[in-house]
Design a protein around this ligand. Structure first.
Ligand code: SF4
Ligand code: SF4
Length: 391
């Protein structure tokens, strides 16, 4: 038979626990008069940064409680560049989360590929009515202001690509601004040193208008060969082109000092205006055949087109110079429309004949497809040119 405890032992044990906790700090807080220090990533409420949302619907599809409601419509966006293709994009009309259903699993925040959803530590949004727990877009956007800043990166961590890009861009803009300020200061100094004999126009930095596609091809090729990204190479090559043009115009202004008629008659290569999509098709085809990427081939073909156009304009101006009639070539110019001047919107179609032939010749599918695409565009251009000629 088991030994029994003397009567009153349980009571004494209970009193012992009571007395022990009487002199300890309570585990609870007198909320709302006292507030606990929350962990930085507390899951209080979900905030929406609607400017990041692309209406991909991933969050809504993945939510196990089906408590995210999204409504949107499509909108046509005009092309960023002249001659480009118009695009459609989703516009967010409604985004709502029903917090009476949400179980705070965080799946929606995890799956959002565009960082549009964030956890906010705010938790004081209780309501008397359950309907009021349906938070619409505006309310979810307001929670975004309470989202704490992300923790700093570890020492030596690689910066995210978009941050690195932004820093690089800011750095480049700063360099350009500094270079511009230095040039202006230099121009002012040289103007002051020249005194009254030099007119204001001679001291002033020539204005260079940069049109789309005008870059210094040498610089561009060199940077691409050095492994720089096309965006950086293009931007640097543009800056190099502006610099060269300024130097050239300045030299021309200095040489042609008193003779005002000479610069006006001389053809300026910078006057060639390249429309989007204007490339030298021959160069393009050749580069594609050599296995160059389409992007590289297009850039080089564009440069080749500019070069040819400049040479053509210069030759025309030189021919017209002895007769003194400068208006005639300009009047004839529109009639001499070239194949490369015709713009055709490529939508991925290929010339099947050319494709089959190249495949039969043992070319890779990539090369054959690319050439067949070029052939299709060439045909369409020729057709368009014939139609315009016949009209
Ligand atoms: S936290 Fe979970 S339950 Fe709540 S909305 Fe996001 S996915 Fe749905
Ligand atoms: S996953 Fe992100 S981007 Fe996609 S709909 Fe949801 S909030 Fe918007």
């Amino acid at each position: 038979m088991a030994a029994t405890s003397p009567p009153g032992t349980g009571l004494l044990k209970g009193l012992g626990v009571t007395i022990k906790h009487l002199f300890q700090r309570p585990a609870t807080l007198m909320y709302p008069y006292e507030r606990n220090e929350l962990a930085p990533r507390t899951r209080g409420v979900i905030a929406l940064m609607d400017e990041n949302c692309t209406v991909c619907m991933l969050c809504s599809r993945e939510c196990p409680d089906w408590c995210i409601y999204i409504e949107s419509h499509k909108e046509t966006v005009p092309p960023a560049k002249e001659g480009g293709r118009a695009r459609t994009r989703n516009v967010l009309d409604r985004f709502a989360i029903d917090f009476s259903l949400c179980m705070y699993c965080g799946i929606c925040v995890e799956v959002c590929p565009f960082d549009a959803l964030w956890w906010s530590p705010e938790f004081e949004y209780s309501e008397y009515s359950i309907d009021s727990l349906l938070h619409e877009k505006e309310k979810l956007r307001a929670w975004a202001d309470t989202v704490p800043a992300p923790p700093p990166l570890d020492d030596g961590a690689v910066l995210p690509a978009e941050v690195a890009d932004a820093i690089e861009k800011a750095e480049k803009e700063r360099e350009l601004a500094e270079a511009k300020a230095a040039e202006e200061a230099q121009a002012k100094e040289s103007g002051a040193a020249g005194g009254a004999a030099t007119p204001a126009a001679a001291a002033k930095e020539p204005e260079v208008e940069v049109k789309a596609g005008e870059i210094d091809q040498e610089t561009f090729d060199q940077l691409i060969a050095e492994g720089k990204s096309e965006r950086i190479a293009r931007s640097k090559a543009k800056a190099a082109w502006v610099k060269k043009e300024k130097a050239r115009l300045k030299a021309e202004a200095e040489q042609g000092g008193g003779d005002a008629a000479a610069p006006a008659a001389a053809p300026k290569p910078a006057e060639v205006h390249v429309e989007a999509g204007q490339i030298d098709q021959e160069t393009y085809d050749q580069l594609i055949a050599e296995g160059k990427t389409e992007r590289m081939a297009r850039a080089k073909a564009k440069a080749a087109y500019v070069k040819k156009e400049k040479a053509r304009l210069r030759a025309e101006a030189e021919q017209a110079a002895p007769s003194g009639e400068s208006a005639a070539p300009e009047a004839e110019a529109p009639a001499k429309k070239q194949l490369s001047e015709v713009h055709v919107e490529g939508t991925g179609e290929i010339d099947q004949e050319v494709f089959d032939q190249l495949i039969a010749e043992g070319k890779s599918e990539r090369i054959a497809r690319s050439k067949a695409k070029a052939a299709w565009i060439k045909k369409r251009k020729q057709e368009q040119l014939d139609q315009e000629g016949g009209a």
